[in-house]
Design a binder for this molecule. Structure first.
Ligand code: AMP
Length: 985
């Protein structure tokens, strides 16, 4: 890279000197000046010498002092003519064709009197062209030009000297000069005039200076060569903010333009929604209502907050809400639109809303959402919420009060409680661990009970479940110095919540220096029961420590209230809180306490011996009767309270044997206790004991607050969720599995023989003996003389008294049907004979209304003609468990038309399929209370009824959703039957 900006600076130019040159020649007859003028009458200082004929010539011409002006290398340009010696006649011997040039440095002007030998020779100069006389005659001047350079110069000036040694020369012009790199603006940097270096190969580094309104990050440099050329520019300057380069200068940006950084080359037009009024603007100002973030580049348009999101929709699943919306119509000109969710919980009545609080969780997050959807979970059940979905972008915060949102109102559904998170250990002994816990964060309803599952660490397949209404329990019968894992879950009307995480606690090690009262008891018990254990040795070998204790418990059942100390040994039973239920599981199945099978009290010669074998005698003084709750076959059934010495007082049901009973009646009455006493299962009614030593004779059982299941369901028609109903069925199936495992065939399984407690736990009851079925008003005498509840009984049991667990499964199917239809009477008012006939012919009950298809299928399976094809209770339990675990499997309902096509038995009250009147129809569906309303509103005929709509119902005041559903479903069914031509109206 070279720039030919060099310049010659003359130090001397003989031709331009107007006056005397002041040069000195010696000897005087040597060099002589010829006074000539050019066409402008300017003198031409020409020196000549031509002593070619004379010997030993030494003619010097010395210039005046020449200042070098700081240059350290100078150039000497000589223009001269020289005569060709050959053209000279006779002078050949001495004629020369060269001359010598010398210089002498000095700081002063008067240093000219120096000796010849002090001069330093620059060169001997010869002519490129010499001329002859002939040439002269033609007046053609052959002018030679020779240039020599000298350096480095170390003094301020010098003299030049020209020595002639016998040539014929005319020195026409002497020019002395130096070279410099001339001032230049390069890359907006100004480089000053620079005299070249002394050495011909030297490059001088020169720093540039940025021009006005420019700046630099790397200082600009260039190099000045000996030839006066600028070489190798490095670095540069840039016009500062608000200025741009024009013709090597920096000029301000025009109004409406801006330049925000030195790096940008030119000024830019202001971006949309901004302006610049002044010249030299470094940025543009946003128009009103438009903003620029600090991080926004200046070339970006000014932007504004977005408008509200659009079309928000919600999708509710229990206590979760999925919200979705569309991006705002106006994004404000920005791409960084984000969404925030504001959650407000609103009171239905007051209309007041409050913040939702920290329990509510958002996925992926609550604010700064990039996508147009969010999942909100852990809301409260049955609660109104307002969600405000707010759009914001990078400039929203710059405009106060610019919240733009769309809101969605939702009401959450019922949901199971959230998991329990805080579990604390209490007292720990070598055999027991006490725990307490906090109610779940979100109970989502009233907590009915807690279920505590525990097992020995790494023995998960064998676990125990305790149920408790309190928030503390004591797990007993544990091994010393062992780790146990506990998990707790809560249950509400909506079902069970998820189990808590696992909590691990360890029992204390065995210590012989027992400290507490409790720790001594087992030692006493062991000493008392040593004999028993020895007797039970072989069996005990197979059983766990806990089961062994059950054996002891059974032994101690013979004692009554008077033996509190010994009674305490029966910890797993005697100390069990009535509100706690305890189940043992092995590999997911309920583990039988021992390998017990049912023993028919008939096998005892003396039934009273059997009752004392299986039932504990209670002192009548421990029992307080409170009121009569029902009538049993042998006498009244009462509720009351029992205070056993080791337990706190609790509610019981007391069946009494009426006075004046016969021996057989007493035997039969206590027979039920003998059977019940053999069972120990959460879904079998639990026998507390019997009173036989005083009158009246009593059977004391746990109290079931809600009484018999059929009445309870009829009373609460349509009030439960499917999960709750399935929960009831699961309990019954589980109890039945236990009975069938024990080898006990119930024979009279029906909803009326199921009791239900306040926690909606169902328990199988009514264990008859020889009187089986005799106390059941449903039981009818068969042709063979037995008394059988026809509608509940499997065909083979009716036909040839083949009662088995498989026939119990048939009855269980009928119970399922009763439960799912809220206590509807199976086969309605059909006669027993018609039922037997229809079932024989393969007809089966139609699906109850709104019944999940999976459940109806299970019913049909229970009603298989071939009893071996029916499911086992174990299979029923696991099937129901599966449905409970996966509630969506219960969503598919048997739809109305399927129900009708299954409706193989006529079931209208008239028996011929037609309802004669609106009243009859409403009675049939247990909605008779609306008869007057219907008639008053013009729906007085069944014809009119088939035209009725849900709006009609609402209009004339049928507001209960359950009733609306029931009526509308029935109308739909009648319409479908009409279509099928089944029912003549
Ligand atoms: P039962 O003779 O067992 O059929 O009893 C007659 C009625 O008494 C039942 O239908 C129930 O309403 C009531 N009942 C029997 N046992 C209990 C109990 N343990 N808890 C509450 N009510 C009971």
């Amino acid at each position: 890279l070279s720039f030919s900006m060099f310049l010659y600076v003359n130090l001397l130019d003989s031709r331009s000197v107007m006056g005397d040159l002041g040069w000195i020649a010696y000897p005087k007859n040597g060099w002589e000046e010829i006074g000539e003028v050019d066409e402008n009458y300017a003198p031409i200082h020409t020196y000549q010498v031509c002593k070619v004929m004379d010997q030993n010539q030494n003619n010097w011409l010395v210039t005046s002092w020449i200042s070098n002006e700081g240059a350290s290398r100078i150039f000497i340009e000589l223009k001269f003519t020289l005569r060709d010696c050959n053209s000279l006649p006779g002078g050949l011997g001495t004629c020369k064709e060269t001359f010598n040039v010398y210089y002498f440095q000095s700081n002063e002007k008067d240093g000219r009197n120096i000796r010849e030998n002090q001069y330093v020779k620059i060169d001997t100069i010869a002519a490129d062209e010499s001329f002859t006389e002939l040439d002269l005659g033609d007046r053609v001047m052959k002018l030679n030009t020779e240039v020599r350079d000298v350096g480095p110069l170390t003094k301020k000036g010098f003299y030049l000297a020209f020595q002639d040694v016998g040539a014929c020369i005319a020195l026409v012009s002497v020019r002395v000069y130096y070279k410099k790199c001339t001032s230049v603006v390069r890359n907006l940097a100004l480089f000053p005039d620079t005299i070249t270096g002394a050495d011909s190969s030297q490059l001088l580094e020169v720093s540039g200076k940025c021009v006005n309104y420019s700046v630099t990050d790397e200082s600009p440099k260039m190099h000045c060569s000996a030839e006066g050329e600028w070489l190798v520019p490095i670095g540069k300057c840039m016009c500062q903010e608000g200025y741009e380069e024009k013709n090597n200068t920096c000029q301000p940006c025009r109004p409406g333009f801006f330049k925000s950084s030195p790096q940008s080359l030119t000024c830019n037009k202001c971006p949309p929604h901004s302006f610049a009024q002044e010249e030299g603007s470094t940025s543009c100002v946003c128009e009103e209502h438009y903003y620029r973030r600090e991080t926004d580049p200046y070339i970006m348009a000014c932007t504004r907050p977005p408008s509200a999101p659009r079309n928000a929709i919600s999708n509710i699943n229990e206590t979760s809400v999925f919200l979705e919306w569309m991006f705002p119509a106006d994004t404000g000109g920005r791409k960084d639109v984000l969404y925030n969710i504001v959650c407000k919980k609103c009171n239905n009545l007051s209309g007041l809303c409050e913040e939702c609080g920290i329990h509510v969780r958002y996925f992926p997050q609550q604010s700064g959402l990039k996508n147009t959807s969010v999942m909100v979970i852990d809301l409260e059940a049955h609660t109104n919420y307002t969600f405000e979905i707010e759009a914001e972008n990078g400039v929203s915060e710059m405009k106060m009060g610019s919240r733009r949102f769309v809101s969605v109102n939702v009401t959450t559904n019922q949901a199971a409680p959230s998991p329990i998170s805080i579990v604390k250990k209490g007292k720990i002994t070598k055999n027991s661990i006490s725990l307490s816990w906090h109610e779940p964060d979100r109970p989502n309803g009233i907590i009915l009970e807690y279920e505590i599952k525990y097992f020995e660490k790494d023995q998960e397949t064998s676990y125990t479940i305790i149920k408790s209404k309190e928030t503390d329990i004591t797990a007993e019968g544990l091994k010393p110095a062992s780790s146990y894992i506990f998990q707790i879950r809560a249950r509400t009307a909506a079902g069970y919540g998820a189990f808590s995480r696992r909590f691990e606690f360890e029992t204390s090690p065995v210590s012989f220096a027992a400290t507490g009262d409790q720790s001594q008891i087992p030692i006493i018990a062991v000493s008392v029961t040593v004999g028993v254990i020895l007797l039970a040795g072989v069996v005990g070998f197979l059983l766990s420590g806990r089961d062994r204790c059950h054996l002891m418990v059974d032994y101690f059942y013979g004692f009554n209230c008077i033996h509190p100390m010994l009674m305490r040994c029966g910890y797993s039973k005697a100390k069990q809180d009535p509100e706690e239920e305890k189940m043992h599981f092995h590999n997911g199945h309920i583990k039988l306490p021992g390998i017990k099978t049912y023993i028919d009290p008939h096998t005892y010669e003396d039934p009273s011996q059997a009752v004392h074998e299986f039932a504990k005698e209670i002192d009548a003084s421990c029992i307080t009767i409170e009121r009569v709750i029902g009538a049993g076959e042998f006498g009244e059934v009462c509720s009351g309270r029992t205070k056993l010495p080791t337990k706190r007082e609790f509610n019981v049901a007391i069946k009494t044997l009426k006075v004046g009973y016969t021996d057989k009646q007493r035997r039969d009455f206590l027979g039920e206790a003998s059977i019940m006493g053999q069972f120990d299962h959460p879904n079998i009614i639990h026998l507390e004991g019997v009173v036989t030593k005083s009158k009246p004779v009593m059977i004391v059982t746990e109290y079931m607050e809600n009484g018999s299941l059929d009445t309870f369901l009829k009373k609460n028609d349509g009030q439960f969720t499917v999960i709750q109903l399935v929960g009831m069925l699961r309990g019954i199936a589980s109890g039945m599995k236990y009975l069938s495992d024990m080898g006990y065939v119930h024979r009279d399984l029906a909803a009326r023989n199921i009791l239900i407690n306040s926690n909606l736990v169902c328990k199988v009851s009514d264990f008859g003996l020889s009187r089986v079925l005799e106390d059941d008003p449903e039981a009818a005498y068969t042709t063979r003389g037995g008394k059988i509840p026809i509608r509940w009984t499997a065909p083979e049991a009716i036909a040839f008294r083949k009662f088995t667990s498989a026939s119990d499964v048939w009855s269980y199917g009928i119970v399922m049907w009763e439960v799912m239809s809220y206590g509807e009477r199976p086969y309605w008012e059909m006669t027993n004979q018609d039922v037997i006939k229809a079932v024989e012919e393969g007809y089966r009950l139609p699906s109850p209304m709104d019944c999940p298809a999976a459940l109806y299928q299970l019913m049909l399976d229970c009603w298989q003609k071939d009893r071996n094809s029916r499911p086992k209770f174990e299979e029923i339990v696991s099937m129901l468990d599966k449905l409970i675990r996966n509630p969506s499997s219960l969503k598919t309902l048997v739809n109305a038309s399927n129900r009708v096509s299954n409706l193989l038995v006529e079931h209208s009250p008239s028996g011929n399929g037609a309802y004669r009147s609106v009243n009859e129809w409403l009675e049939g569906i247990k909605m008779a209370r609306y008869t007057d309303t219907f008639v008053e509103n013009g729906f007085s005929s069944m014809d009119a009824v088939t035209q009725m709509t849900l709006d009609d119902l609402r209009r004339f005041g049928v507001t209960l959703a359950g009733h609306q559903k029931k009526i509308m479903n029935s109308i739909q069914e009648i319409r479908a039957q009409l279509l099928n031509g089944m029912v003549p109206l």
